[in-house]
Design a protein around this ligand. Structure first.
Ligand code: FAD
Length: 176
């Protein structure tokens, strides 16, 4: 689940100033797994997508938080419960992340969030799996000798991962 918060420029200070991404876990025993609850706010990724050289500051700035979520549990909620739980989980995520970057919940001027159901609905990715199939094909080979998998399902995640994956497939299979 991702929660996107817009904050006034006046509170952009401290930790958030010189970072673009922070991976966090409040537990020493970190487990990369689907949680048993709607979300697990105790670990996740905090992004500051505007903290890059050349990005002009606007009136507000963005803070994005991604937490692991349980697709099946979101799927079982009725329409009203779904809306309420989105709000509750966003609030909870904001509260926990406030412990790391400084409390910002009361400064949020706009907040939106999406769940695994949103991802599935708008991208067609089964169970809202942002990072594709759990089965990765590391060498990118398929049953067809002239067809290779480049991207998330080769095992490199995210946009940079998809680009790197293309480079490795070219180097491994096409340039040799
Ligand atoms: C909501 C969301 C937010 C994200 N945010 C970030 C982020 O902030 N930073 C980041 O680095 N990554 C982010 N990601 C992850 C990133 O988008 C993916 O890891 C990356 O796009 C994967 O690239 P890909 O080429 O492997 O797959 P995709 O970009 O999914 O491309 C697969 C393509 O194959 C097509 N396709 C599927 N089946 C068929 C078929 N049978 N025949 C023909 N075509 C087919 C699809 O239409 C699609 O165009 C996000 C993903 C989502 C869903």
């Amino acid at each position: 689940m991702e929660t996107i918060s817009l904050l006034p420029q006046s509170i952009n200070q401290g930790l958030s100033r010189d970072r673009t991404i922070v991976f966090y876990s409040l537990n020493n025993n970190w487990q990369y797994r689907r949680p048993d609850s709607l979300i697990d706010p105790s670990w996740g990724v905090i992004c500051f997508p505007e903290n890059f050289q050349g990005v002009e500051p606007e009136d507000t700035w963005q803070l994005r938080v991604t937490n692991p979520a349980n697709y099946e549990q979101w799927l079982q909620l009725g329409r009203d419960a779904y809306r309420l739980e989105k709000e509750r989980c966003s609030r909870e995520s904001t509260r926990v992340v406030g412990k790391i970057v400084g409390n910002y919940g009361s400064d949020v001027v706009y907040q939106d969030c999406f769940t695994p159901l949103t991802i599935e609905r708008f991208t067609g990715k089964g169970a809202g799996a942002v990072y594709g199939s759990p089965i990765k094909v590391k060498d990118g080979r398929t049953p067809w000798e002239n067809l290779f998998i480049a991207g998330t399902d080769q095992g490199y995640l995210g946009i940079v991962g998809a680009m790197l994956s293309g480079v490795t497939i070219v180097n491994q299979h096409l340039l040799t």
